[in-house]
Design a binder for this molecule. Structure first.
Ligand SMILES: Nc1nc2c(c(=O)[nH]1)N[C@H]1C(S)=C(S)[C@@H](COP(=O)(O)OP(=O)(O)OC[C@H]3O[C@@H](n4cnc5c(=O)[nH]c(N)nc54)[C@H](O)[C@@H]3O)O[C@H]1N2
Ligand SMILES: Nc1nc2c(c(=O)[nH]1)N[C@H]1C(S)=C(S)[C@@H](COP(=O)(O)OP(=O)(O)OC[C@H]3O[C@@H](n4cnc5c(=O)[nH]c(N)nc54)[C@H](O)[C@@H]3O)O[C@H]1N2
Ligand code: SF4
Ligand SMILES: [Mo]
Length: 880
């Protein structure tokens, strides 16, 4: 079955085959325009994440299984009751870029079209809303001008606030291929030296939040160097003079900019010179730009430079917002953001509301924008919002100031959560839980970063009582009295209505037009090939690029320069919180790990929740690499494994977002993030919170291996991850935390053999439980000694009977012949560990990444680990 990857916005095509034994084979679809057959490690591992062990399979009311009828009746009646008593704005939907377009369309139609409130917002608020605001200000519409082919046609690709190598690996590979073939130059602008920098010709490790100053200066330098496309500026843009004047208000010399951004003058000059000299330039940006209280301004500062040079709508020349989630774009198309209507229409003009009234046959279309994500959860906590339905997102973990979000969820009268997974941080607060069909089980469409609409297709049976999201929303709509308007029986019907709305009274003034897909039969929808929008009536394909003719969607058809001022982030550093907290992603995990956490392979690259620290900052705080550290802001605090790395900028910490209360004691990045948002876009400032770093006083440490989940532990540090055959819990006690004993195994620990070693000198305690000759549990703790490596012991959980030799050395933690310490996985595609790579480099005297690839396969598929391979080569060369 041809389908689309459910992770990042690259939107790779996948061919999935369900085998008789229940396994699923995944490979890249060579016919898909996004990836041409390539996949990254996450996409490749999709087959490992479709198990049912963590799934929500029946509706629940108050934690008890319920029938669909009872659950849907309750949701409809609670929403109706709130609307009757307190008005339509007393209810809300909080939805997600991981819904399919059809789900999303129905949710938006119900809230904005029939309940009559603007209160539907999406996690895309946290992700893409600054780009949306920037596009609308500059182009008059939320339209991405370029396409993926542009990164291959460019001579210069500038990545701003984007760790593309890890977050959009297949797009990054396309750039690397062009680089190998044609010598495309790469510049990375990011405070951290990320994996994306490994192949870069220039890395500007700017101080967080200084992008506007850099791009304002670039604009001025372009004009001084005569690099402008004056004809384009004159014929197709407006507000150039004011914008230039605003930029010139700051000292725009390379020296001044370098000092402000904390980089070398030489490097700033090089960047300006390359940008000025290279007509075919793509500036690709992501969350380092968007997730900022100046996010929309950052976007426009970048777009300004492209407008000034006429580098838009041309092959190899475009600003390029890379989208995060698989359907970030589809959500924008259906109006999933609280401040826009369906089909890219704005609230402003009254005719848009009346057009929707006529199209939907409703008298009740919302006339005002609703609450944006952060405010929506504030309202849930103070009685303004009486009923909230959360779909396909985990806000108790992913919103800023997550502690307060949890309080709000706890205080809200009625919370509905639809998810595929039973236990998420958010599900704990649900009065009603609705089981959603997951990737592989549901049908619909998604739109990727280059406006390409692509089908997700079902190839697995829907398990238990799970249902697709569009179905549950339509069922609630019917029960609220809108049966006639929500008659859908299949996603194709919804898609046709969505396409028809995009073309309804659209005289070319609305960018989003897929009228050409309105007449698709069910069979044509099933067979729909990836297609870029716009697809107006009478056409079946869209143009690769927008604005090639210099015509934009503003009233006068001219693009707008936007004058933006360099401003500091919302909160400044202080003596108490002297460092910057930056948060983001790691290579092999996806968000709150509800799916990637199921794969042992994907869980091994970054085995524990960590904080990346510059070695000088770590030394200053008295923290060594591998220690636990306490990381605290004015909003919350965590205990994390310190990783001292030179790639981290001095004065800033980086904490991955993936660990939640479901998989760690106290590691949630969102609990520490300040809740300030961009006044223009409403997007939170996830990349800049003042923070402090302190050593964590650890009284004992250890780990626990178990075949099955254990009850929550009341200790300062634990972090859980999937290993082959079971789960591995890393453990550490703070002052006053008791060492766990046999009782942590719970009921599962009854019976079997028990092997125990106590070493009083180091206060070591080692315990194993063996049932029918197989290892089921193993607990290893120490106060002052060392711990054995985890790999060999966890491999014994696999269910194979222990040999006599295994039994003898079990509690030593090493196989009889030695070894057993493979270290973390570096190449997730081929499962090659750090130890094995280092050993092979030494034994076979390898000197290049290619040579490692030839011998071990590592780095030859998705290429995301090539930076790490190079690091190992360097370490081994130094050692030699
Ligand atoms: N592996 C993986 N891939 C993913 C995801 C995932 O969870 N895991 N999620 C997907 C989603 S939804 C999204 S939105 C994307 C996000 O993709 P990215 O935006 O590439 O990822 P992030 O790690 O959030 O942040 C990018 C970079 O911004 C930098 N940064 C921080 N502050 C600043 C600043 O002030 N200026 C500049 N120029 N840079 C700054 C950070 O150091 C970081 O390296 O990834 C998508 N792909
Ligand atoms: N500190 C910090 N916080 C951040 C960010 C950051 O950089 N730093 N980035 C932000 C960004 S860009 C994003 S996109 C968000 C992501 O944050 P979330 O959206 O909260 O993260 P996910 O873990 O992807 O949550 C998706 C949920 O939907 C469920 N799900 C998957 N498919 C379906 C489906 O088809 N139907 C239903 N009903 N459920 C489904 C999954 O099981 C999972 O529980 O995080 C944001 N939060
Ligand atoms: S790059 Fe990876 S995660 Fe993104 S769509 Fe492609 S396979 Fe999926
Ligand atoms: Mo995102």
């Amino acid at each position: 079955m041809r389908t689309t990857c459910p992770y990042c916005g690259v939107g790779c095509g996948i061919v999935a085959s369900a085998r008789r034994d229940g396994d699923v084979e995944i490979c890249g679809d060579s016919g898909h325009p996004a990836n041409g057959g390539r996949l990254c490690a996450k996409g490749l591992a999709l087959g490992e994440t479709i198990g049912l062990e963590t799934r929500l399979l029946t509706p629940q009311i108050g934690g008890e299984p319920a029938s669909w009828d009872a659950a849907l009746d309750l949701v409809a009646s609670k929403f109706l009751e709130a609307v009757r008593k307190y008005g339509p704005d007393s209810v809300g939907f909080y939805v997600s870029g991981q819904l399919l377009t059809e789900d999303y369309y129905v949710a938006n139609k119900l809230m904005k079209g029939f309940i009559g409130s603007g209160n539907i917002d999406t996690n895309s608020r946290l992700c893409m809303s600054s780009a949306v605001a920037g596009h609308k200000r500059a182009f008059g519409a939320d339209a991405v001008p370029g396409c993926y082919a542009d990164v291959e046609l460019a001579d210069l690709v500038v990545f701003v606030g984007s760790n593309t190598a890890w977050c959009h690996p297949v797009l990054y590979q396309r750039v690397l291929k062009a680089r190998a073939e044609r010598g495309v130059k790469i510049v990375v602008i990011d405070p951290r030296r990320t994996a994306t920098c490994e192949e870069a010709d220039l890395h500007l490790a700017i101080r967080a939040g200084t992008d506007v100053r850099l791009f304002n200066a670039l604009l001025l330098q372009l004009s001084r160097r005569g690099a402008l496309d004056l004809a384009f500026v004159e014929q197709h843009t407006a507000q150039y003079e004011e914008t230039l004047a605003r930029a010139a208000a700051d000292d725009c010399s390379a020296q001044a900019v370098a000092a402000h951004c904390e980089v070398e003058t030489r490097d700033v000059e090089t960047f300006f010179a390359w940008f000025a000299a290279t007509a075919r330039t793509v500036t690709a940006f992501s969350q380092g730009v968007n997730q900022s209280t100046r996010g929309a301004d950052k976007v426009n500062a970048i777009v300004n430079c492209h407008l000034a040079t006429g580098r838009i709508g041309k092959p190899g020349a475009t600003p390029f917002s890379i989208t995060g989630q698989p359907n970030a774009m589809g959500g924008r198309e259906v109006g999933g953001l609280a401040n826009q209507l369906a089909a890219h229409m704005d609230f402003g003009p009254e005719e848009n509301v009346s057009r929707l009234q006529r199209f939907w046959n409703s008298r009740n279309v919302a006339r005002r924008p609703g609450l944006m994500a952060v405010d929506m959860f504030r309202a849930a906590g103070d009685d303004r919002l009486r009923a909230l339905w959360i779909m396909a997102t985990n806000p108790a973990a992913s919103l800023p100031d997550a502690g307060r979000v949890r309080e709000a969820l706890g205080a809200c009268d009625f919370v509905v959560v639809s998810d595929c997974v039973a236990q998420t941080d958010t599900a704990k607060f649900a009065h009603v839980l609705l089981p959603a069909a997951a990737w592989g089980e549901k049908d619909g469409t998604v739109t990727n970063s280059e406006r390409c609409i692509s089908r997700q297709r079902a190839f697995l049976d829907v398990p238990g009582e799970a249902r697709p999201d569009w179905w549950m929303i339509a069922e609630v709509a019917r029960r609220m009295g809108f049966a006639r308007e929500f008659p859908y029986r299949a996603p194709a019907e919804i898609f046709r209505e969505h396409a028809a709305l995009s073309a309804f009274e659209n005289t070319g003034t609305r960018a989003f037009d897929i009228g050409g897909l309105t007449e698709l039969s069910d069979a044509q929808y099933d067979a729909l090939k990836p297609v870029q929008w716009p697809v107006p009536v009478k056409s079946r394909t869209g143009p690769q690029r927008l604005f090639a003719d210099g015509q934009f969607f503003t009233p006068d058809k001219r693009a707008r320069f936007i004058a933006v001022a360099a401003q500091a982030p919302a909160q400044s550093l202080s003596a108490r919180y002297p460092l910057i907290l930056n948060t983001g992603r790691v290579r092999d995990h996806w968000h709150t790990m509800t799916r990637t956490g199921l794969s042992a392979r994907l869980s091994s690259h970054r085995p524990e929740p960590c904080v990346e620290i510059h070695p000088d900052d770590a030394a200053h705080a008295g923290i060594a690499d591998g220690d636990l550290a306490r990381v605290a802001t004015a909003w919350g605090s965590t205990v994390l494994r310190a990783s001292c790395v030179g790639s981290q900028k001095r004065g800033a910490l980086f904490v991955p977002i993936h660990w939640t209360a479901t998989n760690a004691a106290s590691a949630l990045a969102g609990s520490m993030v300040n809740p300030f948002v961009d006044a223009i876009s409403g997007q939170p400032e996830f990349k800049h919170t003042p923070v402090r770093l302190d050593p964590f006083i650890q009284t004992w440490r250890g780990f626990l291996l178990t075949r099955t989940e254990i009850a929550p532990l009341a200790i300062a540090y634990w972090a859980k991850r999937r290993v082959r055959g079971g789960l591995l819990y890393e453990l550490a006690g703070g002052v006053g935390d008791q060492m766990p004993g046999f009782d942590v195994f719970g009921n599962a620990g009854q019976g079997g053999e028990r092997v125990e070693i106590v070493n009083d000198k180091q206060c070591d305690y080692r315990l194993a439980r063996i049932v029918d000759g197989r290892l089921t549990h193993c607990l290893i703790l120490t106060r002052s000694g060392s711990l054995p490596p985890r790999e060999w012991l966890s491999s014994l959980l696999d269910g194979i009977a222990l040999t006599l030799a295994d039994r003898v050395t079990l509690l030593a933690g090493r196989p009889a012949g030695g070894g057993g310490d493979e270290g973390p996985l570096v190449c997730a595609c081929f499962g090659v560990s750090r130890t094995r790579i280092a050993r092979t480099v030494r034994d076979e005297k390898l000197v290049s990444v290619e040579a490692i690839g030839a011998v071990l396969g590592a780095g030859t598929n998705c290429g995301s680990c090539r930076a790490e391979l190079r690091g190992i080569l360097e370490t081994e060369a130094l050692r030699a």
